[in-house]
Design a protein around this ligand. Structure first.
Ligand code: SF4
Length: 216
């Protein structure tokens, strides 16, 4: 079986297992998803979701956030790791959105990564989940990294290299959904200590025997 065929089977199994998969960050529009994704770096989505209602009540859009200083934003996100840097990123991101894009979140990779605090990973999340752009790329987080290694498709933790390899073998119409499916499986079954006995991918996974917990 080729890597593409095996991956297609894996994706189909995951779709059956997690039919309602979706991003776990709460958002109602592209701006909210952009902010939530910036805040989610090295923090759980659950912790981010807890701060979002008060943050968006105070700063519902790019214009209102662009008028705030990082020091004014900090109290709303101070329960999150790296909140000092994140507050600065939000201030700068909102200012550049207002100055360069009339306060509207752009939908292309080039424009998104021109914003402060926005890298390729964040841009992929926003393009795929806020704009439904199917070929925006594949978001690589800690779960995607761990499972792609366990599945034997990559042998690196470099997110750009992993994304490049996955884009060759994941069916394009599943690129957006792929990340949330893998996150669901990484949280439920293929954890640091994987529950291989309960895994629907056992027959498709070279790590189902002799698993070594990967520190990621
Ligand atoms: S068989 Fe084990 S290592 Fe492979 S995907 Fe399932 S839980 Fe993860």
């Amino acid at each position: 079986m080729s890597a593409s065929q095996r991956m297609e089977k894996i994706v189909n199994e995951l779709i059956k297992e997690y039919p309602d998969t979706k991003p776990s960050l709460d958002f109602n529009n592209p701006f909210e998803l952009l902010v939530a994704t910036i805040l989610s770096a090295q923090t759980t989505d659950k912790a981010v979701n807890l701060v979002l209602p008060a943050l968006f009540a105070k700063y519902p859009d790019a214009i209102s956030m662009s008028e705030a200083t990082a020091d004014e934003i900090k109290p709303y996100i101070k329960t999150l790791g790296l909140y000092n840097n994140k507050a600065k990123s939000l201030e700068r991101m909102a200012k550049s959105l207002t100055e360069n894009f009339n306060g509207e979140v752009p939908s292309t990779m080039k424009e998104l990564i021109s914003l402060a605090g926005v890298g390729r990973k964040t841009a992929n999340v926003v393009m795929g989940n806020a704009f439904g752009i199917p070929d925006s790329g594949i978001t690589v987080d800690t779960h995607v990294t761990r499972l792609a290694i366990r599945w034997g498709f990559v042998n690196t933790k470099n997110a750009i290299k992993i994304e490049r390899e996955l884009m060759k073998i994941v069916p394009k119409d599943h690129w957006v959904k792929f990340t949330t499916l893998v996150i669901d499986h990484g949280r439920a079954i293929c954890k640091r200590k994987p529950l291989c006995d309960r895994c629907v991918l056992k027959e498709l996974c070279p790590s189902s025997d002799n698993i070594i917990a990967i520190s990621n």
